[in-house]
Design a protein around this ligand. Structure first.
Ligand code: AMP
Ligand code: GLY
Length: 428
């Protein structure tokens, strides 16, 4: 089978890594890919993940059988709808189901219909009404732009003025363009966040290993929010009882509701949860794998990944069990100086060989470029260094040993990825 992965981050390197081990793989391609991906797949950096016509042409030229999109944007824009008309299989939801991530108001309204626990909310398309609501409700309060904003559209506001300011920026100044035509305003919850990702054929689903992201830039969860600075899997925050609650109160009702509306959801479905008093509340759904969660989750899955995806597409997921390795994994993101704001590119990366010689260490590339057999930084998040070990404590040691060998100018990484586990283990 000839497979094309769409995207060029750490998540896509991880997808390529597990697919490259699949028995049924004939040839692997990736658009646009990155330096690390270029070592295991044929990449084409000149095609954008959102240029559907060029992707179609590429598929025809290379006789692609299956496309696996990594990021949300092409799915929300209708990549599946477009390519399946041409007879090319796409593993992901159609544009209507992908709205579960593409529109926060659609997601919240669908959750309300399905009875899924989520923070109380209101949707507004008029900034004055939104501001009046904030005046009435007071702070803390959360303001969310409706559409896709590359992870920047959520404002958790401790003061009323911040919330009013966020509404003005989103709805009046239109800093996110059309994505700010509506806002969702919701109550702020206090708890612990976790990521619950399933693979689904629209009717059946199987949970992937649990995980937890570290969204803030700095140690002790300080500094600005980022795309994610590290992840570990599994998380003791989600025990079997909580798993069952998540599956019966969140995942199953969502799939039933989308299916009833004529859009069974196929692909990876990610529930971003806040756990409050051992109860799950959905903060967001994503129509894809998490990044960097994928870097910690996928290496822990024993199943042949391509077979898993093909069985799902054929509607045979009910016959499959996900086999999880009994080795926890931890992924530490190494980022460019300045990320998540402005950063420079083109810094030479050294020590990758030495780091990857440590057993059970995998180095996933995110923003890198390969020039004359050397790797250079080419993005905000540069690498996702991942280690597996017999327990999370040993995995932490192993991953930071690997990280210590890798050098590039301005490299920034958190030193406390996975340490939250200690807190959970003592309180559960
Ligand atoms: P979202 O993209 O909706 O998941 O929001 C991004 C981040 O904002 C989440 O990972 C949380 O850290 C925070 N957040 C979003 N909604 C809420 C909420 N209702 N209460 C507390 N924190 C929130
Ligand atoms: N790591 C969070 C996300 O992928 O949305």
């Amino acid at each position: 089978m000839k497979v094309l992965v769409i995207g060029g981050g750490g998540r896509e390197h991880t997808i390529c890594y597990v697919i490259s081990k699949s028995v049924g793989l004939e040839k692997l391609f990736c658009i646009p890919g990155n330096g690390g991906i270029s070592e295991i797949a044929q990449i084409n950096e000149n095609i954008s993940p959102n240029d559907f016509e060029k992707i179609l042409q590429f598929c025809k030229e290379n006789e692609i059988d299956l496309i696996i999109p990594g990021p949300e944007e092409p799915l929300v824009k209708g990549l599946k709808d477009f390519l399946e008309k041409e007879g090319i299989k796409v593993f992901g939801p159609d544009s209507k189901s992908a709205l579960i991530e593409g529109s926060k108001s659609f997601a919240k309204e669908t959750m309300a219909k399905a009875g899924i626990p989520t923070p109380k909310f209101e949707v507004f398309d008029d900034p004055n009404k939104a501001k009046n609501y904030v005046e009435k409700k007071g702070a803390p309060i959360v303001i969310k732009a409706d559409g896709l904003c590359a992870g920047k559209g959520v404002f958790v506001c401790e003061k009323k003025e911040e919330a009013i300011n966020a509404i003005e920026k989103i709805m009046e100044e239109k800093i996110f363009g059309e994505a700010g035509n509506k806002v969702v305003i919701e109550e702020k919850l206090i708890g612990e966040e976790a990521s619950y990702i399933v693979i689904t054929d629209g009717y059946n689903f199987r949970a992937l290993p649990t995980s937890q992201d570290h969204k803030r830039l700095l140690d002790n969860d300080e500094g600005p929010n980022t795309g994610g600075m590290g992840a570990y899997s599994p998380t003791p925050l989600i025990d079997n009882k909580l798993k069952e609650k998540i599956e019966t109160k969140v995942i199953a009702p969502l799939l039933r509701t989308l299916e009833k509306e004529g859009h069974p959801y196929i692909g990876f479905l990610y529930a971003g949860l806040m756990i409050v008093n051992k109860e799950p509340y959905v903060l967001e759904f994503n129509c894809r794998l998490g990044d960097p969660e994928a870097q910690a989750i996928l290496p822990r899955i024993e199943n042949d990944f391509l077979e898993l995806i093909e069985s799902t597409l054929e509607g045979n997921l009910d016959k499959i069990e996900i086999k999880e390795k009994d080795l926890p994994a931890i992924c530490v993101v190494m980022a460019s100086k300045g990320y998540p704001g402005k950063y420079e590119k083109g810094k030479k990366i050294e020590g990758l060989d030495k780091a990857s010689q440590i057993s059970n260490v995998i180095i996933f590339h995110a923003g890198t470029k390969k020039i004359n057999n050397e790797f250079y930084t080419n993005g905000g998040r540069v690498l996702g260094v991942t280690a597996l070990d017999k327990d999370i404590f040993s995995a932490i040691k192993r991953v930071y040993k690997a990280v210590s060998f890798i050098k590039f100018e301005g490299a920034h990484y958190r030193k406390d990825i996975g340490e939250r586990v200690f807190k959970y283990l003592s309180s559960f």
